[in-house]
Design a protein around this ligand. Structure first.
Ligand code: SAM
Length: 247
C-alpha cells in the first residue's frame, strides 16, 4: 500500500505533497502580499518584526532563511548584518523566490543575499555552516516536519540559533468560535474573491489546524537537536515564534 500524508484535511500519497504545495504557491504568488495584508489586517508584519528582534544577529554572520520565498524575514535581518555577512534565501518555489528577489532589489537589499531553490527536507549545505537558521510560515507545508527540523539543525554551527514563526493554536478559548468562523468561512471566500483561488486558502486554513500546537512543536524541536527551546504566542496564539539553539 502507498504511504499517505495529510494535505490540509485530505489524505494524499506522500510523494504528491510537494507537488501540491508547489502548485498552491504558484497559484497565489501574484496576490501573496495583498492577501497576507488583507487576511491579517497587516499584523503579519508585526509578528515578523517581533520574531526577528529575538535573534542575536551580528555583522559577519551566515544566515539561512528557509522557505524564505518572499524575502520578508530576510529584509528585516539584512540591515543588522551592516553590509558584512550573507543571507541565503532558500525556497521550494521559483516563482516565490523571483517575487522576493525583485521586491528586495526594489528596496536595495542585494548585497550579501543569495537565492536558492530547493526542498527544506534536503538542504544542499555542509554541516555547521550557518550561525542562524529561520523559517517563517514554511514548516507547516513540509511533508516530514521532523526531517526539515533536523536538516536546519545539521547546517547550523554548534551554538547556532534557530527560529520558527508559524501559525499555531489559538490560546484564548472564548475567541475560538469567532476564529473558526473567520478561518473556515471568511478566508476561503477572500481567497476566491481576491486571488481567484478558494482551494489554496482552504488548504491554508486546514494546514494550520493540522499543525502541532505550541508545546508539541517545542517538544519536536527538542527531540530533533535543539536546546533552550522557548515559544511566545502572538495575537493570542494565532501564531507563535519558537526559538532555540543547536547544542
Ligand atoms: N517566509 C515567507 C514569509 O514569511 O512571508 C514566505 C512564507 S510562504 C507562506 C511559505 C513558503 O514556503 C512558500 O514560499 C513555499 O514555496 C515555501 N515552501 C513550502 N514547502 C517548502 C519546502 N518543502 N521546502 C522549501 N520551501 C517550502
Amino acid at each position: 500500500m502507498n504511504p499517505t500524508t495529510h494535505f490540509g484535511f485530505s489524505e494524499i500519497p506522500v510523494h504528491e505533497k510537494i507537488t501540491r504545495v508547489r502548485q498552491v504557491f504558484d497559484s497565489v504568488v501574484d496576490k501573496y502580499d495583498l492577501m497576507n495584508d488583507l487576511m491579517s489586517l497587516g499584523i503579519h508584519r508585526l509578528w515578523k518584526r517581533y520574531a526577528i528582534r529575538r535573534l542575536r544577529i551580528r555583522p559577519g554572520q551566515q544566515i539561512l532563511d528557509v522557505a524564505g520565498g518572499t524575502g520578508d524575514l530576510t529584509r528585516l535581518m539584512h540591515p543588522r548584518l551592516q553590509g558584512n555577512g550573507r543571507i541565503v534565501v532558500y525556497d521550494l518555489n521559483d516563482n516565490m523566490l523571483a517575487l522576493g528577489r525583485s521586491r528586495l532589489m526594489d528596496r536595495g537589499v542585494v548585497q550579501g543575499v543569495e537565492w536558492i531553490q530547493g526542498n527544506a527536507e534536503e538542504l544542499p549545505f555542509a554541516n555547521n555552516t550557518f550561525h542562524i537558521a529561520t523559517i517563517g510560515f514554511g514548516i507547516r507545508n513540509c511533508t516530514q516536519i521532523e526531517t526539515a527540523i533536523r536538516e536546519m539543525v545539521r547546517v547550523l554551527k554548534p551554538g547556532g540559533e534557530f527560529l520558527c514563526l508559524e501559525f499555531s493554536k489559538m490560546a484564548v478559548t472564548p475567541l475560538q468560535p469567532l476564529y473558526d468562523a473567520y478561518s473556515f468561512k471568511v478566508l476561503p471566500e477572500l481567497g476566491n474573491w481576491v486571488a481567484k483561488d478558494r482551494d489554496s486558502y482552504q488548504y491554508l486554513v486546514e494546514s494550520i489546524r493540522r499543525f502541532p500546537d505550541q508545546q508539541t512543536f517545542a517538544t519536536l524541536l527538542q527531540d530533533n537537536g535543539l536546546s533552550g527551546v522557548r515559544f511566545h504566542n502572538l495575537s493570542g496564539g494565532i501564531a507563535a515564534v519558537h526559538h532555540g539553539w543547536k547544542a
